[in-house]
Design a protein around this ligand. Sequence first.
Ligand SMILES: Cc1cc2nc3c(=O)[nH]c(=O)nc-3n(C[C@H](O)[C@H](O)[C@H](O)COP(=O)(O)O)c2cc1C
Length: 192
Amino acid sequence: MVLLEAPKEERLKGGIPVERAILNRRSRRRFSSQKIGFEQFSHVVWAASTIPSAGALYPLEFYVVVGENAVEGIEAGIYHLVGKELALHKRGDFRKDLAEASLRQMFIADAPFSLVISAEYERTTRRYGERGIRYVHIEAGHAGQNIYLECESLGLATVAIGAFHDDAVSRCLSLPKEHRPLYIFPVGFGKE
Ligand SMILES: Cc1cc2nc3c(=O)[nH]c(=O)nc-3n(C[C@H](O)[C@H](O)[C@H](O)COP(=O)(O)O)c2cc1C
């Protein structure tokens, strides 16, 4: 288990205004191989998962695909966010497989890590019926925008990836069948 670091008070007081992050945010697809610090990594995962949820039912499940020698203090593997901790779900560097599964958008393999947002729809549809599907997708949007803005604030690059083969991503991550992949965000330092 890897315990994530929540942002400390100094960071909450400093940083760039949210308006600056909104203004500067761009989709960035060129990643350098520079290693990401554990604190930055933690903050991106924290931002992704710190979101509103219809009926507080929290249908989203977050997986992180970490490359070899890519994030300080973390071995290559696929991790599952459980509370504030990342549980090792599968050992190894699966970035290339993830890129292949994403219609060969190979820049995904260059990013030190990718966040994969998946959803267990039934948690929300059980209460809200078909409308729950809409709620789950809206929540993925909240998570995605948080990732974009946190990356902007940390000087990191990211891009929303919606084009992928669902089955291939599920296989690559060995997702339980009720966790359906929705959205992928490769993250790293940008390369201009
Ligand atoms: C739902 C969604 C899916 C997307 N899928 C991809 C994708 O698969 N590959 C990609 O390179 N960009 C993808 N993008 C990023 C868009 O191309 C990008 O947001 C758009 O070109 C506007 O540029 P900007 O984000 O820099 O403002 C996606 C964006 C959204 C919102």
